[in-house]
Each structure stands twice: as C-alpha cells, then as structure tokens.
Design a protein around this ligand. Structure first.
Ligand SMILES: *[C@@H]1O[C@H](CO)[C@@H](O)[C@H](O)[C@H]1NC(C)=O
Ligand SMILES: *[C@@H]1O[C@H](CO)[C@@H](O)[C@H](O)[C@H]1NC(C)=O
Ligand SMILES: *[C@@H]1O[C@H](CO)[C@@H](O)[C@H](O)[C@H]1NC(C)=O
Ligand SMILES: *[C@@H]1O[C@H](CO)[C@@H](O)[C@H](O)[C@H]1NC(C)=O
Ligand SMILES: *[C@@H]1O[C@H](CO)[C@@H](O)[C@H](O)[C@H]1NC(C)=O
Ligand SMILES: *[C@@H]1O[C@H](CO)[C@@H](O)[C@H](O)[C@H]1NC(C)=O
Ligand SMILES: *[C@@H]1O[C@H](CO)[C@@H](O)[C@H](O)[C@H]1NC(C)=O
Ligand SMILES: *[C@@H]1O[C@H](CO)[C@@H](O)[C@H](O)[C@H]1NC(C)=O
Ligand SMILES: *[C@@H]1O[C@H](CO)[C@@H](O)[C@H](O)[C@H]1NC(C)=O
Length: 356
C-alpha cells in the first residue's frame, strides 16, 4: 500500500518506477525492491537508457541471503562502485525471454549476451572484430541445457508457479553459474528474469583457472613466466586441460621450459571465442602458431583437435575459458596444417607426450 502511494506520488512515470512497480509484484524480490527504493540514484544509473530491449536479472531474496552468508556482509553494505558494477552486470543489453531462449540456435547452443558492464577492471576482452560476440560490454553465457560442455537440449524445471517453466543457467565470473527462473516479467524498458544468486564479476584468466580448481595449469603457466601475459591480453581464449597425464610439466632446464611454453601457447587463441557460433570443421591458429580444428559432433559435444570440452564458456575479464578433458594434440608441421593427414600423423601418437 505504502509502495503504491509512493509510486503514485512520483510522476511522471519513469523507467525506474515502471521497473520497481513490476518487480514489487513478486514476493521473492522484496529485498531487491527495498534496495532500489532505498537508493534512487542506484536505480537511475542502472536503468538509465532509452532502450526498450533490456533484460534485468533480478536477484531473489535467496540471492541476498546467500551473499550475506558467503561474504559476511549484506549487499547494501558493499562499496557503492562494486554494487553499481554488479548491477550493471545484471543488466542485459538484449531482450531475453523463455521464447527467445527456446528458439532456433539459442535452444541448441545457448546465448552470449552483452551487459551494461563496461568497467575495464571487469571487461578487458577488447578486439571486438576478433571475437564472435559483438558486444562492447562484458557478457554472460546463458543456456537452458544441462551439461556445460555440450550444446544440448533444454531442461524443464517447475521452479515456481503452476506452469512448468524452462529453467536456465547463467555463467558469470570466476567459474560461477547461477540458476535463472524464467518469469518473463515486463516493464517499460524491457524484460526481467529472476536469478537465485548475485552474478560474480569476471576476474582474469589465470585466477579464473585457479578458481575452477585447475591448479596444475595455473602452476604451469606461472612456471614458464606467462601469467602476466595471459592476464594482460585484451581478448584471449584459454583452452584449459583438466589433466596433464603423460605431459612433462617440469621446468628444470631451458629446453623443458621452452617445450612447456610452446605447449601452453598452443592452448590459447586470440580474442574471446565462445562456442555459440562454432561450426564443425572451423579452425583457429593458436598462440604457438599451430592449427586448432573445432569439431562439433552429432550429439553437440565440442572438440579442439582430439580434446573434448568438458566445461564450456567460463567467463573471464579478458575473454573466455573452455575446460578440456586432456592436453590437446596439435599440428606442429606448418606444411600439413589444415590437412587431416596432419592429425593422423600427429594425433596418433605424440600428443600424450605433449611434444611440439
Ligand atoms: C539505505 O541507503 C543508505 C545510504 O543511501 C544506507 O546507509 C542504508 O544502509 C540503506 N538501508 C537499507 C535498508 O538498505
Ligand atoms: C544517464 O546517461 C547519460 C548519457 O549516457 C549520462 O550523461 C547521465 O549522467 C546518466 N544519468 C545517470 C543518473 O546515471
Ligand atoms: C526491441 O524492442 C522493440 C520494442 O519493444 C521491438 O519492436 C524490437 O523487436 C526489439 N528488438 C530486439 C532486437 O529485440
Ligand atoms: C530481506 O528482507 C527481509 C524482510 O524485509 C529482511 O528481514 C531481511 O533482512 C532482508 N535480507 C537481506 C539479506 O537483506
Ligand atoms: C547496447 O546496445 C546498443 C544497441 O545495440 C549499442 O549501441 C550499445 O553500445 C550497447 N551497449 C553496451 C554497453 O553493450
Ligand atoms: C574447487 O575445490 C573446492 C575444494 O575441493 C570445492 O569446494 C569447489 O567446489 C571446487 N570448485 C569448482 C568450481 O569445482
Ligand atoms: C589477476 O587477478 C589477480 C586476483 O584478482 C591479481 O592478483 C593479479 O594481479 C591479476 N593479474 C593481472 C595481470 O591482471
Ligand atoms: C595435478 O594436480 C594434482 C593435485 O591437484 C596432483 O595430484 C597431480 O599430480 C598433478 N598432475 C601433474 C601432472 O602435475
Ligand atoms: C606461422 O606459421 C605460418 C605458416 O607456416 C608462417 O607463415 C608464419 O610466419 C608463422 N608465424 C609466426 C609468428 O611464427
């Protein structure tokens, strides 16, 4: 009642009032509604756009509670800049609803969606022309499929309401994923959906690799002195092997350092390359100037040469990571690049040893 009175007193109706009015109908968004009502400048900067094509990922009361439990402080108490950046990351620069997620290629492959997050601490993916995402703002990856390494079909989940809804997952920074309840709420600037945790802001490549527990890789990159290089690239795709079985990770002499350095270089690609636009047979050139052939198999699994993606589209501040099941085999013979002969020659035996 008080809220309606307050809204009625504020006129003319602006974007932010329209948004607050819309979300206040959802009891599970009462903490978010209170946050925005308490700080009008926050709302103004969050919804400062003439676009009618925004989608706000509204954090549920569960998200507020979880944030407090995990960090020991309430979201209201965090540094205002951090809060604004976080909310900008929750503001998608596109229309996203259950219909768009269920249709066409998006249903198969998920979607990479640009947000309003442009602070360079969290968004240094640069080189738009060398990526396949076309967004100046940092992105989230959204999928209705279950397994992350697979471009699979949607899963039905009846999270709330009588109707069975399509559930979705949002990949954000530091290897985190959040469940999204597709309520398809509307306001005069677009759509909103409900997420059950706050999106984590993206961090750099090697720290993200460590945060998804691939510490062997973090150590290897560090041992060859490439940590700063991987993190300072503006736009990089890191192919992150989850195991190094059979690979010599030692750096006891310059030769070994050189070999390992080349091996790791063969696992990076210029620009953020999300899996959403991958075509079977597509090739990339690695940081070690080797060819990487993409395979999208019949069941939607993605491969880089002979290594399978076990976890796709992990967002970093300077690009993206795809986690592989093993060290990728690669073609070191320039003359054979792009020919299947190369894969026959190289992949058959040498890969396990990780030789260059
Ligand atoms: C309301 O905002 C003020 C600052 O604008 C802050 O100090 C206070 O903690 C906020 N209260 C709640 C309940 O969010
Ligand atoms: C809204 O955006 C305009 C231009 O992008 C900017 O000049 C203005 O300061 C912004 N207003 C708020 C309240 O953030
Ligand atoms: C943007 O919103 C307008 C008005 O709602 C709609 O006509 C248009 O199709 C939308 N564009 C996209 C790309 O979603
Ligand atoms: C959420 O709102 C409830 C009811 O207003 C309040 O008691 C609780 O402290 C809020 N939780 C957080 C984490 O802000
Ligand atoms: C949002 O989309 C508009 C229109 O497509 C574009 O001009 C703008 O640069 C985008 N903003 C961000 C932060 O991505
Ligand atoms: C990393 O390992 C820790 C401790 O074993 C575990 O709690 C955490 O869930 C793991 N994180 C990921 C992203 O797998
Ligand atoms: C990467 O992130 C970590 C943790 O946030 C930070 O300590 C380190 O300085 C960063 N490195 C670069 C090159 O940005
Ligand atoms: C990778 O790390 C694990 C511990 O997380 C360790 O047991 C294993 O030996 C490492 N593998 C290699 C090849 O270094
Ligand atoms: C990469 O390999 C190609 C083909 O052999 C060669 O022409 C090019 O000079 C190499 N580039 C670098 C940077 O080594």
């Amino acid at each position: 009642m008080q809220l309606l009175l307050l809204l009625a007193l504020l006129s003319p109706l602006t974007h932010s009032q329209s948004f607050i009015e819309a979300i206040s109908a959802y009891p599970q968004l009462s903490n978010f509604t209170a946050l925005l009502l308490n700080d009008t400048s926050l709302t103004a900067s969050l919804l400062n756009t003439t676009s009618h094509n925004q989608t706000i990922l509204a954090p549920s009361n569960t998200a507020f509670l979880q944030y407090q439990t995990l960090t020991g402080q309430s979201i209201e108490a965090v540094d205002p800049n951090l809060l604004i950046n976080t909310l900008q990351y929750h503001t998608l620069n596109a229309t996203l609803n259950s219909q768009s997620l269920k249709s066409g290629a998006t249903a198969q492959k998920g979607a990479v969606v640009g947000t309003q997050l442009i602070d360079t601490r969290y968004n240094r993916k640069g080189k738009l022309d060398e990526s396949n995402i076309g967004s100046p703002g940092q992105v989230v990856y959204i999928t209705t499929a279950g397994a992350a390494g697979k471009l699979g079909r949607g899963v039905e989940s009846g999270l709330s309401g009588r109707q069975l809804r399509v559930g979705a997952t949002v990949n954000a920074g530091a290897g985190t994923s959040t469940n999204m309840d597709l309520v398809d709420g509307t306001w005069d600037g677009g759509t909103f959906q409900i997420v059950d945790s706050f999106l984590t802001l993206p961090i750099n490549c090697t720290t993200t690799i460590a945060s998804v527990n691939l510490t062997n890789l973090t150590t290897a990159v560090s041992n060859v002195g490439k940590t700063d290089k991987w993190n300072s690239y503006q736009g990089i795709t890191c192919l992150a092997p989850s195991t190094f079985i059979g690979t010599d990770l030692s750096t006891t002499n310059p030769d070994k350092i050189h070999t390992l350095s080349n091996l790791l270089g063969a696992h990076i690609i210029d620009g953020p390359q999300y899996t959403t636009t991958f075509q079977d047979g597509q090739t990339f050139i690695s940081g070690a100037n080797t060819t990487i052939k993409v395979t999208v198999d019949q069941v939607g699994l993605v491969w880089f040469n002979d290594a399978r993606v076990v976890r796709a589209n992990v967002v970093t501040n300077n690009g993206v990571i795809h986690v592989l099941d093993k060290v990728r085999c690669f073609c070191s013979f320039p003359w054979a690049r792009g020919f299947s002969l190369c894969y026959l020659l190289v992949c058959a035996d040498c890969c396990a040893a990780g030789s260059v």
